[in-house]
Design a protein around this ligand. Structure first.
Ligand SMILES: O=c1[nH]c(=O)c2[nH]c(=O)[nH]c2[nH]1
Length: 306
């Protein structure tokens, strides 16, 4: 073992206000609209005086970042998490002198109007059990050198097919006990994030289109493995939208094991399963274009620890 005696220096750092729970109600007409989000901001730049000396003269407080998140929800509007994220990120980089880069990460929780006597209610909703829409906006550099990256995505999109899924022909060793199957349940809780090549995007329309393309491919492909399905879902998105450079996906294989009721003389023809929650296979893949512009800081996340 070698002891290290190099100089101790400050490494990567950033700071901000995490997980501001902002709810913006649009109430200009009797029919209200709601946007319910979780937004985190992180500022980047030379903040070494704060870390090394305790000198806060360059530090815009995280409390101010919280105030900004709430104020911008009114003054700039909160119609799409992507455009609101861009407003915040550009503000920090353009208007706050020491800030060289800003990362805004967002989640949106969907609500649906309740229906009473066949009519949608103007100001009452129930939370949708759907996936959580996400975005991550990064702005770096001042003036003409400014660069912007927008990622959109979702997490916890739970999707299941009760047939049309196989897993066979796999490598075996002396510990392999898994039986090959040509008819199984396939289910996952999908996380996906895609990177745009520009910011002039119909955020809601493309979000709906990406989701639809992925769901269609999941449903209609005769799956030979979750890996193949995942690639096909990503490919569908890139085929549909030439301005998406890459899509990154993470899919836990939510195993549905056939439950042994044969022991009790009851036939189980792929009808009764144990939905096991752990352990789970975790399949992750990026589908990208060979000519995608480099991703720069697009994936540099809010947290610098894993
Ligand atoms: O779609 C699958 N991919 C795997 O790699 C795998 N491994 C496993 O045990 N079951 C599955 N299913």
């Amino acid at each position: 073992m070698t002891d290290l005696n190099g100089k101790i220096v400050l490494g990567a750092n950033q700071y901000g206000k995490a997980e501001n729970r902002v709810v913006r109600i649009y109430r200009d007409t009797p029919r209200h609209e709601i946007h319910d989000i979780n937004v985190s901001s992180a500022l980047r730049g030379d903040f070494s005086p704060a870390h090394l000396l305790g000198d806060q003269s360059n530090v815009l407080p995280t409390d101010t970042q919280k105030q900004t998140a709430y104020t911008y929800a009114k003054s700039k509007g909160l119609l799409h998490i992507e455009s609101y994220g861009l407003d915040l990120a550009r503000h920090y980089v353009d208007d706050v002198e020491p800030v060289e880069g800003a990362r805004i990460e967002l989640e949106e929780y969907a609500w649906q109007r309740v229906v009473i006597d066949g009519a949608e209610h103007d100001h009452t909703w129930t939370r949708k059990g759907e996936e959580i829409r996400t975005s991550a906006v990064t702005v770096e550099g001042k003036g003409e050198y400014q660069r912007t990256w927008v990622i959109s995505g979702f997490k916890e999109m739970i999707i299941l097919k009760s047939t049309g899924s196989e897993f066979a022909g796999f490598l075996e060793d002396e510990l392999t006990v898994l039986e090959p199957t040509h008819d199984r349940v396939m289910a996952t809780s999908l996380t996906a994030q895609w990177r745009y090549t520009h910011t002039d995007v119909d955020w809601d329309g493309v979000y709906a289109g990406v989701k639809a393309a992925m769901i269609e491919r999941f449903a209609n492909l005769q799956s030979l493995a979750l890996q193949q399905t995942l690639y096909a879902m990503g490919e569908a998105v890139l085929e549909k939208y030439p301005f998406i450079a890459e899509i990154r996906m993470s899919a836990p294989n939510k195993h549905h094991f056939l439950y042994d009721i044969g022991r009790f003389g009851v036939e189980n023809n792929n009808e009764v399963f144990n939905a096991d929650d752990r352990p789970y296979g975790l399949i992750q893949a990026t589908v990208e274009r060979e000519d995608a512009p480099e991703s720069g800081s697009a994936w540099r996340t809010y947290s610098i620890v894993g």
